[in-house]
Design a protein around this ligand. Structure first.
Ligand code: FPP
Length: 247
């Protein structure tokens, strides 16, 4: 049985989030510069997006650029931004044909204007699509997201729109970038690194974590299927005991 056939459609995660890691190491292993790895990472983005859409996953979030990534060498940042612009431009037609909606999380204000413009156009062109949401985390920092949510909640309390005793988990959820997106059931980080690096810290409270050894540029549909099979073989207890889950 192929990996894809092993997937139980009734237990599909609705949201998969991915930390795409290992581009630089992959490039080095090929005797090339780091940016070569990012360029090849686009193939993995395409494969993963296709695999998720074909399976029926509703939300796919990709950590494409963290706020901390601004401290990389200027040349690498510029190449990443150019790659982002080119990829969005090249892939818009495919997103439209496949009924996929592009969304973003993160503070877009600091991105180059061409990049913001491109994103705006592609979001507009795909706004009505409902097969899958492809969510790019760009200039994203989970701590900043929580900080901004806290400020906004405090402001609403100060202005008398919200009572302190009414603040609950939903209040916080509703003030995050991900307000209209369910929490990911599965978080994947490639390249054997076991960290979450300021990604969706609130939202992954109960996510299953999966750390394949593959470096991101080598990640293919079969690897995504393997991750889903692994996820489906786990018992998600949410604090309960095994016997309570099985009844
Ligand atoms: C991490 O690998 C990867 C990134 C910081 C960038 C990911 C970007 C892409 C795959 C290209 C474009 C994406 C889209 C969505 C169009 P690393 O550089 O940290 O690798 P290393 O740990 O081996 O150095």
């Amino acid at each position: 049985m192929s990996k894809k056939e092993q997937i139980d459609q009734d237990k599909l995660p609705s949201h998969i989030a991915i930390i795409m890691d290992g581009n630089g190491r992959w490039a080095k292993s090929q005797g090339k510069k780091r940016v070569f790895g990012h360029q090849h990472g686009v193939t993995a983005v395409r494969e993963t997006t296709e695999a998720c859409a074909e399976l029926g996953v509703q939300y796919l979030t990709l950590y494409a650029f963290s706020t901390e990534n601004w401290s990389r060498p200027k040349y690498e940042i510029n190449t990443l931004m150019e790659l982002l612009i080119k990829t969005i431009r090249d892939e818009t037609e495919t997103l439209v044909e496949n009924n996929i909606r592009l969304r973003t999380i993160g503070n877009l204000d600091d991105l180059p204007s061409e990049c913001r413009q491109n994103l705006k156009e592609t979001k507009k062109a795909t706004a009505g699509h409902d097969r899958m949401d492809l969510i790019l985390a760009l200039n994203y920092s989970s701590r900043y997201e929580i900080q901004q949510a806290t400020r906004q909640i405090a402001k609403e309390v100060a202005e008398g729109q919200l009572r302190i005793e009414d603040i609950d988990e939903n209040t916080i959820n509703n003030h995050l970038y991900t307000a209209t997106i369910p929490d990911p059931e599965l978080l994947i980080r490639t390249s054997s690194e076991h960290r979450v690096s300021n990604f969706l810290l609130w939202q992954i409270a109960y996510s299953e974590l999966y750390f394949p050894a593959k470096l991101w540029p080598e990640f293919r549909k079969e690897d995504l299927y393997q991750a889903v099979v692994d996820y489906q073989n786990r018992e998600r207890r949410f604090g309960k005991i095994s016997e309570q889950i099985q009844v």
